[in-house]
Design a protein around this ligand. Structure first.
Ligand SMILES: [Fe+2]
Length: 408
């Protein structure tokens, strides 16, 4: 049977034109047992469409790991390092991910109590709630009982220290609860007083419980005004050492797109031992190796500094932001600028919330989009997912010299 692709089901809220090439359902290939030729087709499709959906898959964690590894054959360990999470009790991620004992590259995520699962006798999983991560005000109990929820944390899957960002992540839905649909309400509360951002309250209607929301990094770049495009192609983001330990005590803004600046980060000298050579300074814009498209890829919570190159062409300096380059070290300034760049792309019309069915497998281009969990769960709503990504065997490439010349 030949490999076939069909568009993924877009919600009515999505700007179908902006998202025209985004996502494909793939049929006619066994994800548990694929040939080399089939994989070559899949790999190309992944980079062309950024997200591939396979329905009705029967997939063991070993098979999921093998498929994920095929996208980066020389990578070996989980994106944060195998068993790294259990060794780092102070990391923000420790409570959200459980390593499968038989396949340490695969993490168990979800909600509710399950038993006898892949070598784990019994475990209670907790879906992330914005109440433990966002600064107040939170949704009230009334709002939650009316089915309102929030985006938890917009991110790409990456340790952002020592290990290179994974090329792809696979998410497999073992069990998805049937539940009333919810609405995601988000406002720029923290930025109300900031001159850099206008206040908007947005609502993403009609999302399934436990949907995963995706935004395209390509769209995030494309919708920027020229001044911010120029800034983006000239900027590198310096991430904190051990960023998930560094940010453990900090709280997020109500959109889940970055942190409030109130001095809660762990001081660098109090972090677990770190070395400068493992600290990452990554371009703000990553080049898709297959299509050549530019994707805006920055982790707003983990960012610590912005390093901006001067405008290449002296004649284009007029009206440019930071025309002579800069190193922004003030955390609030770093976050305000990133927010200004990234916030437009999480408007409801640019969000693809994947409505999970059991046995869905989604493989996404982790260097080409951002994603977040959302959903307000009750204890008895059971969700079981397997997640796999592998630390990259190389680092993402930034824009080419031609790209910078074109946009800066
Ligand atoms: Fe993730």
């Amino acid at each position: 049977m030949a490999i076939e692709t069909v568009p993924i089901p877009f919600p009515a809220s999505l700007d179908a034109k902006a998202y025209e090439g985004f996502g494909r359902e793939v049929r006619g290939v066994g994800v548990a047992n694929f040939t080399e030729n089939e994989f070559m087709v899949l790999e190309k499709l992944l980079y062309e469409h950024d997200l591939l959906l396979f329905r009705d898959c029967n997939l063991t964690p070993q098979q999921q790991c093998a498929l994920t590894k095929a996208f980066d054959p020389t990578s070996n360990h989980y994106g944060h390092g195998n068993n790294h999470l259990s060794k780092s009790p102070t990391s923000l991620l420790t409570s959200l991910l459980t390593t499968l004992p038989s396949v340490p590259q695969v993490q168990l995520i979800g909600n509710g109590t399950i038993s006898n699962h892949e070598g784990i006798s019994s475990i209670t999983l907790k879906h992330p709630s914005h109440k433990t991560f966002h600064a107040p005000p939170h949704l009230t109990s009334d709002q939650e009982s009316r089915g309102e929820t929030r985006f938890y944390r917009w991110h790409m899957d990456a340790a952002l220290y020592e290990f290179a960002p994974p090329k792809v992540t696979s998410l497999y839905s073992v069990r998805t609860p049937l539940a009333p649909r919810q609405k995601c309400r988000y406002a720029d509360d923290y930025y109300n007083s900031s001159s850099t951002t206008t206040t908007t309250e947005d609502v993403l209607e009609n999302v399934s419980l436990g949907a995963t929301a995706f935004v395209s990094g390509k769209v995030m770049f494309e919708i920027l005004p020229v001044q911010l495009k120029s800034l983006a192609v000239r900027t590198k983001v310096r991430y904190a050492p051990h960023p998930f330990v560094w940010m453990k005590g900090a709280k997020a803004v109500g959109t889940g797109l970055g942190l409030v600046t109130e001095g809660r980060e762990v001081p660098l000298e109090m972090l677990p031992e770190w070395e400068e050579g493992k600290v990452q300074e990554l371009p703000m814009v990553w080049k898709n190796e297959v299509t050549g498209n530019l994707h805006l890829q920055a982790h707003p919570c983990a960012a610590m500094q912005l390093i901006i190159d001067p405008v290449l062409d002296a004649e284009k300096k007029d009206g440019a932001l930071y025309p002579d380059g800069a190193r922004i070290e003030d955390l609030k300034e770093v976050r305000d600028l990133l927010y200004k760049i990234q916030r437009p792309a999480i408007a409801p019309k640019f969000i693809y919330p994947h409505d999970w069915k059991e046995k869905d497998l989604v493989i996404f281009h982790n260097r080409g989009l951002l994603h977040t969990a959302l959903g307000t769960f009750k204890e008895d709503q059971v969700r079981v997912f397997h997640q796999c990504n592998l630390a990259g065997s190389d680092f993402p490439r930034g824009p080419s010299h031609e790209d910078v010349a074109r946009w800066s």
